[in-house]
Write a protein that binds this ligand. Sequence first.
Ligand code: NAP
Length: 306
Amino acid sequence: MENLKKIINGKEYSKKFLKQVYPLSTNFLKKFKRKPCLAVILVGDNTASRIYVNNKVRTAEKNGIQSKEVILSSKVSEVNLLNEILKLNVDENVDGILVQLPLPAHISEKKIIHSINPKKDVDGFHPINFGKLFMGNPNFIPCTPLGCFYMLKNEFKDLSGKNAVIIGRSNIVGKPMASLLLASNCSVTITHSKTKNLQEHCKKADILVSAVGIPEMVDETYIKQGAIIIDVGINRLQFVNPETNVNETKLVGDVNFRKVVNIAKKITPVPGGVGPMTIACLMHNTVKAAYKNKKQNFKNILGDYF
Ligand code: NAP
């Protein structure tokens, strides 16, 4: 029971957040006689990517956002994919463009991300948006770190002076997360696979964000008493069900929840933590893009900095 109070409930946060997004999309519809529109490009038949895209499309529909799916074969050439993006870039009825990653090996993710119109880059991966975030003048912020940050700000109004440690330095999670925490006056350490004495760094964290992709790597030896833990990892773990003796899979995070929950002050679970907020932030970014593309003021749900 005590431990339940420690959970940062991403599902509840996302519901609360989307309740604020919905009126913005309905107002947009009233004003412009169309819904904000998100184009999602899926290349190939990766099962996990298909599930992510389905979730995004379903959430968009529930929140007054039109989605336009562009499904391409895994054999599509880079040039043809670029052409699809160029069409969406100039389509006035498309506000946001998302290319589901990863892409097949013969396509350069970098080239694809760079080709998206920065004004429609709702994932926030384009160098212009990435640079703006790091210069303290963000436009579109990558959805996963944005969702993590939203929950942290709601749980703890003032993050100033806290020691934040991030495990993972990807452009999608680790680096933008660091920028957001830095902008909130945290002292930030980014760690990675070459970091020496990882546990020692993590033990100093008031806030620990893990984005590694190694199932349950972070245990009690990484955690300071009273730390706040944000577990970004989504890892599918295979196990044999002892009752049925059948092979099953389950989702786990980077953090061994059971081993750290007694030490932590607050912690996001997997599933039901960061994942739902990531999709909610994608909806937010799409509606924001729609207003901005129509040269309208957008009163940001997340506060003035964003
Ligand atoms: P990524 O690009 O593979 O980056 C992983 C990072 O972890 C890299 O910086 C890597 O270091 C570091 N790392 C690997 N092994 C390590 C170790 N033993 N010790 C310390 N650092 C280590 O992954 P990502 O895209 O950031 O995603 C990370 C995890 O978050 C994955 O499980 C992914 O599925 C999940 N994710 C979840 C959401 C969500 O919505 N919840 C969204 C995005 C990602 P190097 O740079 O040195 O290689």
